[in-house]
Design a protein around this ligand. Structure first.
Ligand SMILES: Cc1cc2nc3c(=O)[nH]c(=O)nc-3n(C[C@H](O)[C@H](O)[C@H](O)COP(=O)(O)O)c2cc1C
Length: 418
């Protein structure tokens, strides 16, 4: 009976364990988590979501405070178009995070960075170019283009000296999205080094509409692989979304996938950036506690635990401090929803906003608990402790469970000391 370890992900001569831990913003897929994947011979991701905030937290910069001070005059203004990111600071924050991560890297694996196009930052092209270039400057092994079609993204870095040596990949949820990306990127004479095919059971934002349940990962993966064969393109395909056991992963590898991308199982790892109390919520969640909703201002459906404290919260938009979702004209649909509620309830000290959420604020504070559909199975991957809580797992334990398990089994951790 085959297992994941019988396969290898090949990038040229470089052979890896075919397990990729997906990017999870905001700093949920921490450097520690990504570095464990690399140490164990696979691929880990850090994320550049809200990188200035991450830099302040981890590297003692003051980007957020200083941006807020600069734009404080605008806090009560509906028009956020003047609130721009300083590109030099953005580059510095990205470099700090990538350099600090890469300096600690051990083992034969790789560390990539997840770059979401939907973080439009009130200047989509300029900021994305700076983010990707700074990550390449700082020595990242690869960039995974996420949350968007990225039709112009290769073009933004084609003059970078590392454009042809760093690994560059794209996440798609349909053949159509892949076709568009390849067509628009053809001019740069560079193919992606890998294609992550993300199905409807994934965590984070979905590349589907609210009819997500009608799609199926295996079918989309087969369509993508057929398309690549028809076009005589030899690009590793990496399925993602709902691959919960080593056996699930092995099935995709036997069907021709080059690796798998997984995330949900690692949300309860010690190295994961979620606070411990949130990890317990992930463990506790039942299937009924998980929903796909449309409250993300990005316009993409997002999956989350229904009891996420950020849902319904009517906090004043924090764009002067954050502002990662402001579009090219300085707009965010949460601002519109918030102002509508304030106008409708002039007496209220605090309003409720149900149709949109201030995703920057709440992801920063770990108050939107985004998760994969199979989060409800996490409780079966560990031990319940005497106090009713669940035992946390090491990333190594989870990684090796994917790598070596067979027969739909999930290895439980050694009982915690004491
Ligand atoms: C908590 C969490 C946060 C995520 N954040 C992101 C993100 O910032 N960018 C992204 O491209 N994908 C994100 N994802 C998707 C994962 O990278 C991955 O592709 C997917 O969740 C794999 O499916 P699985 O969770 O069922 O294993 C996130 C997933 C989770 C669980």
């Amino acid at each position: 009976m085959k297992r994941v370890d019988d396969f290898r992900l090949r990038f040229g001569k470089h052979e890896l364990v075919p397990i990729m831990i997906g990017g999870m913003g905001v700093d949920i897929s921490t450097a520690d988590l990504a570095l464990e994947a690399a140490r164990l011979g696979g691929v880990g991701h850090i994320s550049d979501a809200m990188i200035n905030t991450v830099s302040d937290r981890r590297y003692e910069t003051k980007h957020v405070k200083e941006k807020l001070a600069l734009y404080k005059y605008n806090v009560n203004n509906e028009d956020k178009s003047p609130v721009k990111f300083d590109l030099g600071r953005l580059a510095e924050a990205t470099r700090l995070h990538v350099e600090a991560t890469m300096a600690r890297k051990q083992g034969s694996g790789m560390v990539f960075i997840n770059c979401m196009e939907k973080l439009t930052m009130n200047a989509p092209r300029e900021t994305l170019k700076v983010r990707m270039s700074a990550a390449l400057d700082a020595g990242i092994d690869g960039i995974t283009l996420a949350a968007g079609l990225h039709l112009g993204s290769f073009g933004l870095i084609e003059d970078h000296p590392r454009f042809r040596d760093a690994k560059l990949g794209i996440i798609v949820s349909s053949v159509r999205a892949l076709q568009l990306f390849l067509k628009k990127s053809a001019r740069t004479n560079r193919m992606p080094d890998y294609i992550v095919v993300e199905g409807p059971l994934a965590g984070g934002h979905l590349g589907f509409g609210m009819d997500w349940a009608q799609y199926d990962l295996a079918t989309i993966v087969a369509e993508v692989m057929q398309y690549l064969r028809d076009e005589h393109l030899d690009i590793p395909v990496i399925p993602a979304g709902g691959i919960f056991t080593g056996t699930d992963a092995t099935q995709f590898l036997e069907a021709g996938a080059a690796a798998v991308q997984v995330a949900t199982r690692f949300t309860v790892a010690e190295e994961c950036g979620l606070p411990d109390a949130a990890k317990q919520e992930y463990f506790k969640a039942t299937e009924d506690d998980i929903e796909v909703n449309q409250i993300s201002p990005t316009g993409y459906p997002m999956r989350m635990i229904k009891s996420s404290p950020g849902i319904g919260d009517g906090i004043r938009p924090n764009c002067e401090a954050y502002g990662y979702l402001l579009d090219a004209t300085g707009k965010c649909s949460y601002i519109t929803a918030y102002n509508r509620e304030v106008a409708a309830h002039p007496e209220a000290r605090k309003v409720k906003v149900w149709d949109k959420t201030c995703l920057c604020t709440h992801m920063r504070n770990f108050e939107i608990w985004t998760c994969g559909q199979l989060t409800w199975r996490l409780k079966d991957t560990t031990r319940k402790l005497d106090d009713g809580s669940y035992q946390m797992l090491s990333a190594e334990h989870i990684f090796k469970d994917y790598q070596f398990s067979t027969d739909q089994q999930v290895a439980l951790p050694e009982p915690a000391a004491g």
